[in-house]
Design a protein around this ligand. Structure first.
Ligand SMILES: [Zn+2]
Ligand SMILES: [Zn+2]
Ligand SMILES: [Zn+2]
Length: 162
C-alpha cells in the first residue's frame, strides 16, 4: 500500500495510507479532523511567543482557531502526560519473548472482545503471574483515563477558549 506523509508531518512525523480521509494520519485525524470542528492541516511557524510557557520557539496553530502555541506545549496538551502514563505502567512479569507473543496474540484484529477475554484467561491459566499483571494493567488504564479526563481543559486554546 502506498503511503504519503501526513500534511502535518512536521508536527506528527507520521505517514498515512494514501486513501485515508483528507490524507491525515490517525493522530491528526483525532486532533485536527474536520468532523470534530478542527482545521485539517495545521500551520507551523518559527519564532512565535507561546502563550503557555512564554518562550519564543517554533509554534503550531491550535486545532480550532488561529492562535499559535509552541510544539512542546501543544504535544503536552493534546497527547497527554506521557511521563505519567509511562512512569506508572506495570512491568510485564515474564521475559521479552513471552511479552511479544502475548501482545501479538491479543492484538489480532480478527478477534471479538469476548474472544480476547477468553484468550487472556487461557494465558493466565498457563502463566500465573499474568492474572495479577492484567489486574494492575486495567487499573493503570483506568487511572490514565481519569487523568486524561481531568486535563480536558488543556485541549482548548488558552487564549480564546475555542
Ligand atoms: Zn499527522
Ligand atoms: Zn510553550
Ligand atoms: Zn485561540
Amino acid at each position: 500500500m502506498a503511503a504519503v506523509s501526513c500534511p502535518n508531518y512536521l508536527f506528527c512525523g507520521n505517514e498515512t495510507p494514501n486513501e485515508s480521509i483528507e490524507k491525515m494520519c490517525v493522530d491528526c485525524e483525532i486532533i485536527f479532523g474536520r468532523w470534530s470542528g478542527g482545521r485539517g492541516k495545521a500551520d507551523i511557524k518559527d519564532n512565535i511567543e507561546c502563550p503557555i510557557c512564554l518562550q519564543t520557539k517554533m509554534g503550531i496553530t491550535q486545532p480550532k482557531c488561529e492562535h499559535y502555541v509552541c510544539l512542546d506545549c501543544f504535544r503536552r496538551c493534546q497527547y497527554g502526560d506521557q511521563s505519567y502514563d509511562i512512569g506508572n505502567k506495570p512491568a510485564f512479569p515474564y521475559d521479552k519473548r513471552i511479552e511479544k507473543m502475548y501482545f501479538d496474540s491479543l492484538e489480532n484484529p480478527n478477534l471479538e472482545i469476548e474472544e480476547i477475554e477468553e484468550l487472556k484467561k487461557t494465558w493466565e491459566s498457563e502463566y500465573n503471574l499474568l492474572k495479577m499483571y492484567n489486574k494492575k494493567y486495567n487499573e493503570w488504564e483506568d487511572k490514565q483515563f481519569e487523568h486524561a479526563l481531568n486535563e480536558e481543559n488543556l485541549m482548548t486554546c488558552s487564549v480564546c477558549r475555542q
